[in-house]
Design a protein around this ligand. Structure first.
Ligand code: ZN
Length: 229
């Protein structure tokens, strides 16, 4: 079932490791088939060295396993909440990559300091509010998803394809599994750049709105002109 998506999700999980964004079993990637209403996600705690496409777990949008003998990633309820809230997205990638996680742990959004950032995000990479004790003790992983959805309120999720969960780490998404991984790589790079920017100049200010919008909208939206047609 869903052989292509299964392979794409498997490859996305391996790519997170190859890119140095995931050590041991810290991260997870998933994809969704909108036609079938099914999620394909990495199994929980299986070493990447021995993982195979057949080990991916298939669940419905409420996280109930439909196919697979292994337990799905424990973050599945976060992924599922994002799929239910954001119909345009096709995949989610979660890592604890060092620099992006440092910003999440600091409870700080990643400011848009330069055009590299503005090529991908029209503004800061947002950070959620800290989860309350009740949210942590309750349905923790689903509440993590709800915190992300709240911080994205009023924005196009494909125009802001990542958020930092306070005290935790980044969640990234995109139209495809490869897109979500690409965003995870970019967010890590932007996080490192922003940290170094503030190290060199603690008074650095976000990019001027005109320059930010110039870079964002030449790559995104109806008037984009970057790249080949
Ligand atoms: Zn995590």
């Amino acid at each position: 079932m869903l052989q292509t998506l299964r392979t794409e999700v498997y490859e996305a999980n391996l790519e997170l490791v190859r890119r140095g964004l995931v050590i041991y079993t810290f991260g997870n990637a998933s994809g969704v088939s909108r036609e079938e209403g099914l999620i394909v996600i990495k199994p929980s705690g299986v070493p990447y060295e021995t993982m195979r496409p057949a080990d991916m777990v298939i669940t419905d949008l409420n996280g109930q396993t439909v196919e697979g003998t292994l337990r799905p990633s424990s973050d599945l309820p976060t992924h599922a909440a994002l799929y239910r809230a954001f119909p345009a997205i096709g995949a989610v990638a979660h890592t604890h990559s060092r620099h992006a996680t440092a910003w999440a742990q600091a409870g700080r959004e990643i400011p848009c300091f330069g055009t590299t950032h503005a090529d991908y995000f029209c503004g800061a990479v947002p950070v959620t509010a800290a989860l309350t004790p009740a949210e942590i003790e309750g349905d923790y992983e689903a509440n993590t998803g709800l915190a992300i959805i709240r911080v994205l309120q009023g924005r196009d999720p494909l125009g802001c394809p990542a958020a930092l969960v306070a005290g935790h780490a980044p969640f990234c998404w995109g139209k495809s599994a490869a897109d979500a991984v690409h965003t995870a790589v970019i967010v890590e790079e932007l996080a490192a750049m922003a940290w170094q920017t503030l190290t060199i100049n603690p008074a650095a200010r976000p990019l001027a709105t005109e320059l930010r919008d110039k870079h964002y909208f030449r790559k995104h939206g109806p008037n984009a002109y970057y790249g080949q047609k």
